[in-house]
Design a binder for this molecule. Structure first.
Ligand code: NAD
Length: 437
């Protein structure tokens, strides 16, 4: 099949490359000329495990090309996916749909023959209706079926998630789209991935309902961690004890510094706004958003407490900047708030992240970027682990201690055991485990 992807970011590029891997002919289009020029030369603009190899293979096989020319990309395509960003609107908190609507107008001007236009971006209920209206208004002759097909991949495991999804949700209003979308995903449901067809509005809502539920689950265990600290219980054992009940499940029960990233913060907020607009407020998610916002500052206070009540004039080594490991994405990472507040409180920061430092430079106040964990610890008053990259899980604690001015370790991801760290002479604080003081 001939497939075009409008927007070649985390979702557009991964989806486009994976569709090419299925054997489809794919064009990835983006307005960002630098990105496209780079891709044409084999440069992958994001860090995502396995993506570079799969991209180069499919380019070589002649199934994958890149362009900034929307007209050429859309003309002749059987399916056009919209995978552009939907960031929160700076004033309202609603999903800002200007990129989606601009793409819809561009597509309308270029379609030839019957074309299925698929919104893969995360968009509020009713966006598909508006995309369809815009296309018909821009080009009354366009013969299109507008479909919703939200993406559930996780950064850091994006290729695996795309290739072996738990489900593929497709929302249609025009029956002609059913066979086309079935053909697009045929290689996957042969692999037992359920293809679920529903209406367009239901499909749009499924994406938000899923992300809000996961954000709520994280927030639940984070609050439970606070209670564990107050009563002297262990949140990891609470999580295991409840998670073994398969009605609850063990996933997303890791207490930490609060959720971040390009999806949960913006999607929870957008769902809250949509629900309020339709007069059906979802108070659980309103509260989830509030608790998570406050949590990051709580983490700053934990660090300040571990350093004796003040960080003025002190140096903090901070390990991990991205919102989770195996990505270079800094969007809404808890590290941003923690660093801003520590700097505000007078601390100097020595930071290291395996992949995120370039993106971090664009969003953080001036701090010192280091070559590795031991370099970051050199001369610092404390080490704070913010993101659980694998390389921070087995640090040589003797070496870290020798590099530090004082042996203080704050582990916001619970990747160490108190006894082990104490044996090396560290003062240790973590999340929701006994002896948090
Ligand atoms: P991104 O910012 O990485 O990529 C968006 C790309 O779209 C950019 O390269 C931008 O230049 C391009 N673009 C914008 N307007 C365009 C236009 N009119 N024509 C062509 N290109 C255009 O964003 P992302 O993280 O890939 O997210 C895209 C959508 O997918 C969002 O709605 C997001 O919520 C959703 N989503 C993201 C993830 C994730 O993990 N990142 C997962 C599931 C869903």
């Amino acid at each position: 099949m001939k497939i075009t992807m409008i927007g070649s970011g985390y979702v557009g590029l991964v989806s486009g490359v994976c569709f090419a891997e299925f054997g489809h002919d794919v064009v990835c289009m983006d307005l960002n000329a630098d990105k496209i020029e780079g891709l044409k030369k084999g440069g992958i603009p994001i860090f995502e495990p396995g993506l570079e190899e799969m991209t180069l293979d499919n380019v070589k096989a002649g199934r994958l090309t890149f362009t900034t020319d929307i007209k050429a990309a859309v003309a002749g395509a059987e399916v056009v996916f919209i995978g552009v960003g939907t960031p929160p609107h700076p004033e309202t908190g609603h999903a800002d749909l200007k990129y989606v609507y601009a793409a819809a107008r561009d597509i309308a001007r270029s379609v030839e023959g019957f074309t299925v236009v698929v919104t893969k971006s995360t968009v509020p209920v009713g966006t598909g209706d508006e995309v369809e209206r815009i296309i018909r208004e821009t080009n009354p002759d366009a013969d299109v079926a507008v479909v919703s097909n939200p993406e559930f991949l996780r950064e850091g495991a994006a290729i695996k998630d795309f290739m072996i999804p738990n489900r593929i949700v497709v929302g249609i209003e025009d029956e002609r789209a059913r066979s086309v979308m079935t053909e697009v995903y045929r290689p996957l449901f042969i692999n037992q991935s359920p293809l679920m067809f529903t209406t367009r509005r239901t499909s749009e809502l499924i994406k938000y309902a899923a992300n809000a539920f996961l954000a709520m689950k994280i927030t639940y265990i984070n609050e439970m961690a606070d209670l564990c600290e107050a009563v002297g219980a262990n949140v990891q054992e609470v999580a295991r004890g409840i998670g073994l009940d398969n009605r609850i499940g063990t996933k997303f029960l890791h207490a930490g510094p609060g959720y971040g990233g390009s999806c949960f913060p913006k999607d929870t907020l957008a769902l809250v706004k949509t629900a309020q607009d339709f007069g059906a407020p979802i108070r659980l998610i309103e509260t989830t958003v509030e608790i998570n916002d406050a949590r990051k500052s709580k983490m700053t206070k934990k660090v300040i407490k571990a350093l004796g009540g003040s960080v003025a004039g002190k140096t903090v080594a901070l390990l991990g900047l991205t919102f989770k490991p195996e990505t270079d994405d800094m969007r809404d990472s808890p590290a941003i708030t923690i660093i801003e507040e520590l700097v505000e409180a007078g601390a100097a920061i020595r930071a290291f992240d395996p992949e995120g430092m370039e993106n971090a430079k664009a969003v953080l106040p001036p701090i010192t970027y280091c070559e590795g964990a031991y370099d970051a610890a050199t001369g610092a008053d404390a080490v704070v682990i913010v993101t659980e990259w694998n390389e921070f899980r087995g640090l040589d604690l003797k070496r870290i201690k020798a590099a530090l001015k004082s042996p203080v370790l704050v582990d916001l991801r619970n990747i160490y055991r108190r006894e082990e760290v104490a044996r090396h002479g560290f003062t240790y604080s973590s999340i929701g485990r006994p002896s948090e003081d």
